[in-house]
Every structure is written in structure tokens, then in C-alpha cells.
Design a protein around this ligand. Structure first.
Ligand SMILES: *Cc1c(COP(=O)(O)O)cnc(C)c1O
Length: 382
């Protein structure tokens, strides 16, 4: 299947830079997830933080997925887009009181709790509001995701989750509560994970934890393994849809689900990343003494991943004609980190050429800022 960028439509777009979303590719990605996650008890929640564009959110909600949110704002965005409250789970290491109140008012499926201190506040708010709530405990499994350290979340040194040594105490607290129902355990080890080993290790860890608690007569209705499946940034055309088959097979093979237990997933990047590109126009080509620069009208205010995580996105000149030259592709922002690629091989490039920065559907538009008083990027979804 071919997902060509509609360059003709781009040329008619009045303003650059803009995010282009290929909705057919999004739909095909959602179908693939549905097909390969069709094991008993498996439920997929879309991690809203990857891309909360209303068009994208509605499409995913309409396809029947649940939502995973990490703030009150995301909770509202999910509900506005049509996700039903009983399919929304809420994770986050620092939920404010108003966010907990909102979650209780909306009767969402589950709060993923990350500390004893948070559990105590949730209990207090439940009492005040005369409500009860289902929670899952986010456990820090101390599993290495083998990914960039900024997006590794499941190691003991990270701020996320409850250390396994502290789990007994918090489970006991839930069991003695009149308003908290402990539904399950939650894990999330990191993002852009491209090997299966970290997921296998997570499964083994979960098996150990379940064995230990089942022996004590404690059972969990749900296990939530978070998200993290990576995508191919180097060659998006070769892999427009991530390998969901192997991903779900890994869990089916290595995780021992109990009778009737549900297995929840919170996929973000792998759902939306490849359907998005940032389209930008060349302002100037500057030939320096040691390097040639292509200066485009998009900057890290539009797509921050290269500056923030040293990430690399594939860069294409959509309108260039022949030849080949090496360029650093940089934005207009007054910081040296405002660089999308060094020594990129592109066709000989001119002012006015359209450049695509690929695989920008996740953690792109949603992280855009107005730094340098720039306008937020436009959107073309079709
Ligand atoms: C970010 C996040 C996700 C989604 O991660 P992806 O790598 O985008 O799949 C899922 N669960 C939690 C708790 C998260 O913080």
C-alpha cells in the first residue's frame, strides 16, 4: 500500500508550515491494530498526549478505541471528541485536585495512581464528593526500555510509578478503603521501543508480580502494559504501519493472563506518527564556507523532537528537480538547536521548494509553541 504525499494540494495551501495528516493511513493503522489485538480481554486505549488534534481524536474515538489521558485538559479533549467515559483511563505523576475532581465527576474507568501521597488525596476528595473510584496502581517494574533516556520511564531512578517494595503497603491501603476499588496494575516502561526484548522482560516481571500476589489471595481484574511501541523514522515508506502483529503476539506469548482478566494497552506514537508530516517552505539557501544551509520556515516551535531528544526525522524535498547536494536543514529560530538535519542529501534546493519532515504525527503538533512569538502551525487533514 502506497501513501503518497499530495504535493498538488500542498502547493495550494496558503500558509506554511503546516501539519499534513493522511487520514487513510490513520484508518488503515487503526484497522491493523484492531485486527492484531483481537485476543480475548485485550483493549487498546489511545494515548491522547501523542496528538490531540480534534480531527484525529474523533477518528480514533469513532473507531471504537478507549483513551489514555494524562491531564484534565486531555480528559476534556477526549470527552469532547466522543470517547465514552467508561473507556478513559487517567495516568500522571502529578494530578492536581481539580483534575481528580473532574475525573470523579466524569466517572471515568480508572485512575492510575503513582504514589501513596496521591492515593490519600484521592481518598480525601472522594469523601468530600461522596464518590467512589476504581484505581490501578502504576508500578515501576525496573525494566530497561533501551531507548533515549528522556523517554525511559520504567527504571527505579525515574520519577514514575510505585517501587515494587512499596506495593504491599499501598495495596493494603486500597483494601481498607471505603471508596477506592483496586482494579489492577499499570506499567509503562518508555517510548519509541523498537525491540521486543523490553516488552518480553516487562511480561516476565508482571508474571512474577502476579504470582506473588495471587499466592497471597490478591487478584487483579486488569493489567495495563502502557504504550511505547516504536516506529521507523528512517524509512517511513517501508513501514507506514508498525508491526502490530509481532507486538501483540509478544504479549500473548509471554504474559500469563488470569481467567477473565483484561489486558490494556496505551498506544500513542505507533497509532498516529506515520500519518503526519510537517510541510515547510524553503526561505533561503545559504552557501557557507564549510557547509550549505537550507533555511526553512518551520522551526522547533513547530516540531521540537530534534531539538529536545536529538531525534531525526526523514527530510524530503517534494518539489526539487534533480541533482544532489548536502545541506544542513535549519529553522529560523534564534537557537543553534533549531536544526532538523545535518548533512542531509537532497536534490539541489531552491527558495520556494516544499520540504516534508516525515513521521511527525506524534509529539509534533501537540508540542508546538509560540516561541519567538511565532504562529502555531496550520493543519491539513485529508
Ligand atoms: C506517553 C504514555 C503512553 C504512550 O506512549 P507511546 O510511546 O506514545 O506509545 C502510554 N501510557 C502512559 C502512561 C504514557 O505516559
Amino acid at each position: 500500500m502506497d501513501y503518497k504525499l499530495p504535493v498538488g494540494a500542498f502547493e495550494q495551501q496558503p500558509r506554511t508550515p503546516f501539519y499534513y495528516y493522511d487520514l487513510k493511513l490513520l484508518d488503515d493503522t487503526l484497522s491493523s491494530i484492531r485486527e492484531h489485538s483481537a485476543y480475548p480481554g485485550y483493549k487498546v486505549h489511545y494515548a491522547v498526549k501523542a496528538n490531540a488534534n480534534p480531527i484525529i481524536l474523533k477518528r480514533i474515538a469513532d473507531a471504537g478505541f478507549g483513551a489514555d489521558v494524562v491531564s484534565g485538559g486531555e480528559l476534556s479533549a477526549a470527552i469532547n471528541a466522543g470517547f465514552t467515559n467508561d473507556t478513559i483511563v487517567y495516568a500522571g505523576v502529578g494530578k492536581a485536585d481539580w483534575e481528580i475532581e473532574l475525573a470523579l465527576n466524569k466517572n471515568i474507568a480508572c485512575l492510575n495512581v503513582e504514589s501513596m501521597a496521591e492515593l490519600e488525596v484521592i481518598e480525601e476528595i472522594c469523601h468530600r464528593m461522596g464518590k467512589s473510584v476504581c484505581v490501578a496502581l502504576r508500578v515501576n517494574p525496573n525494566v530497561d526500555a533501551h531507548t533515549h533516556h528522556y523517554i525511559t520511564t520504567g527504571l527505579s531512578e525515574n520519577k514514575f510509578g510505585i517501587d515494587i517494595e512499596k506495593l504491599d503497603e499501598i495495596i493494603a491501603r486500597c483494601q481498607n478503603s471505603d471508596c477506592i476499588k483496586l482494579k489492577g496494575l499499570h506499567f509503562h516502561i518508555g517510548s519509541q521501543i523498537t525491540e521486543t526484548t523490553p516488552f518480553e522482560n516487562l511480561c516476565k516481571r508482571i508474571n512474577e508480580i502476579q504470582d506473588k500476589y495471587n499466592e497471597k489471595g490478591i487478584y487483579f481484574e486488569t493489567i495495563n502494559v502502557g504504550g511505547g511501541l516504536g516506529i521507523n523514522y528512517d524509512d517511513p515508506e517501508a513501514e507506514p504501519i508498525p508491526d502490530f502483529k509481532s507486538y501483540f503476539e509478544t504479549f500473548n506469548k509471554h504474559l500469563n493472563l488470569r481467567e477473565g482478566q483484561e489486558l490494556h494497552f496505551e498506544l500513542g506514537r505507533s497509532v498516529v506518527c506515520q500519518c503526519g508530516s510537517l510541510i515547510t517552505k524553503v526561505l533561503y539557501v545559504k552557501n557557507g564556507v564549510v557547509k550549505n544551509f537550507v533555511i526553512v520556515d518551520a522551526g522547533f516551535s513547530d516540531l521540537i523532537r530534534p531539538a529536545l531528544y536529538q531525534a531525526h526525522h526523514k527530510i524530503e524535498n517534494l518539489t526539487g528537480h534533480g541533482g544532489s547536494e548536502k545541506y544542513d536543514v535549519v529553522g529560523p529560530i534564534c537557537e543553534s538547536s533549531d536544526c532538523f538535519g545535518e548533512q542531509e542529501t537532497l536534490p539541489v534546493t531552491h527558495r520556494g521548494d516544499l520540504i516534508a519532515i516525515r513521521s511527525a504525527g506524534a509529539y509534533g503538533e501537540i508540542m508546538a509553541s509560540q516561541y519567538n512569538c511565532r504562529q502555531l502551525p496550520d493543519v491539513l487533514a485529508k
